[in-house]
Design a protein around this ligand. Structure first.
Ligand code: BJW
Ligand code: ZN
Length: 271
């Protein structure tokens, strides 16, 4: 791993680490990112056209069907070695704040605590009209590969139930956004993992950390606008790069290897 001895030592001394994740961290668990082309029923759509309140108002069955198909994918998926490395890192540094843009619960299932979900959760549906929380029936939805239109259930007020996520044009949850901003302002190290850094306002967080003098590290197999701005750019899939980073800097590899042998977890690379 190409990190100077000086930087390694500074990373090791970090009191507060922020880990900021995007869809790329769940890619190796089989969850498509927002840059992947949609397939089946949704192949002529762009995720940006479906993830809006307008789309849900105009075509609730198309949008609800998409979310039920994605909820099935999430419930069937297992955390991968990147999720597990992040959970391990939490035990190795004095303070860690995990901020995710993801609506899945793979960080929690990997053992991370107090995850700040900036874009909500696919598991917390609520009423589109009165915002009353709703509950999904137990079990994993069974949806055809190519997807299907599905009428959303109704609230007792008569309104349609919608997924508990933050769509384009909607504000981020106040508490999570404010905690994420505070953490970006206060941290010593900011890790940016598997995000295109295109969607605002979340994409501002790495810049906030940079402006406050934090060391910034990016892990992504593809180029982003942060490549030339971060302190350390580590190109590659998070499931391979992150366990190696945690091992090299914080010495968490031994237990990490144990953790990645959990059923369904992607395998850890050799150091
Ligand atoms: C790997 C990998 C591997 C692959 N390992 N990496 C300023 C300028 C322009 C526009 C705006 C602006 N401010 C606001 C806007 C509008 C808008 C916006 O940002 N639009 C952009 C298109 C430009 N923002 C909003 O509307 C936000 N709300 C808002 O601003 O409200 C203001 C307001 C205030 C008061 C009242 C009312 C309004 C809300 C944004 C909500 C985003 N929601 C979504 C959908 C969630 C629901 C769902 O899941 O369906 O969140 S959009 C989608 O993008 C999702 C993600 O969380 C988010 C971020 O994407 P992410 O995670 O970066 O994923 P990808 O797919 O983009 O990238 C994946 C990356 O992984 C790639 O880089 C790969 O290379 C990499 N990768 N394999 C590591 N193995
Ligand atoms: Zn209602």
């Amino acid at each position: 791993m190409d990190i100077s001895e000086d930087l390694l030592n500074t990373l090791r001394k970090a009191g507060h680490v922020v880990v900021f994740t995007g869809a790329g961290v769940s890619a190796e668990s089989g969850i498509p990112t927002f840059r992947d082309a949609l397939t089946g029923l949704w192949e002529h759509f762009d995720a940006k056209e479906l993830a809006t309140p307008d789309a849900f108002s105009r075509n609730p069955a198309l949008v609800w069907g998409w979310y039920e198909w994605r909820r099935m994918k999430v419930l069937r998926a297992q955390p991968n070695s990147a999720h597990l490395a992040i959970a391990m890192l939490e035990t190795l540094v004095p303070r860690l704040t995990l901020v995710t843009q993801n609506v899945d619960d793979l960080h929690e299932r990997a053992g991370s605590r107090d995850v700040l979900h900036l874009h909500g959760s696919i598991n917390r549906p609520f009423c589109f009209v009165c915002r009353l929380p709703a509950i999904y029936p137990a079990g994993i939805p069974v949806e055809p590969d190519g997807g299907r239109r599905l009428e959303p259930p109704r609230c007792k007020c008569g309104g349609r139930i919608r997924p508990g996520v933050v769509w384009f044009g909607e504000p981020l949850p106040d508490n999570e956004w404010s905690a994420a901003n505070d953490a970006a302002n206060q941290c010593d190290v900011f890790l940016c993992i598997g995000t295109s850094s295109l969607v605002q306002p979340a994409a501002r967080l790495p810049t906030v950390a940079m402006q406050r003098g934090a060391i910034t590290v990016q892990v992504n197999p593809n180029p982003t606008s942060l490549d030339d701005r971060v302190t350390i750019n580590l190109p590659g899939p998070a499931g391979q790069v992150l366990p190696r980073l945690v091992e090299t800097v914080w010495g968490g590899a031994k237990s990490q290897e144990g953790a990645t042998s959990a059923p369904g977890a992607a395998s850890s690379p050799s150091p």
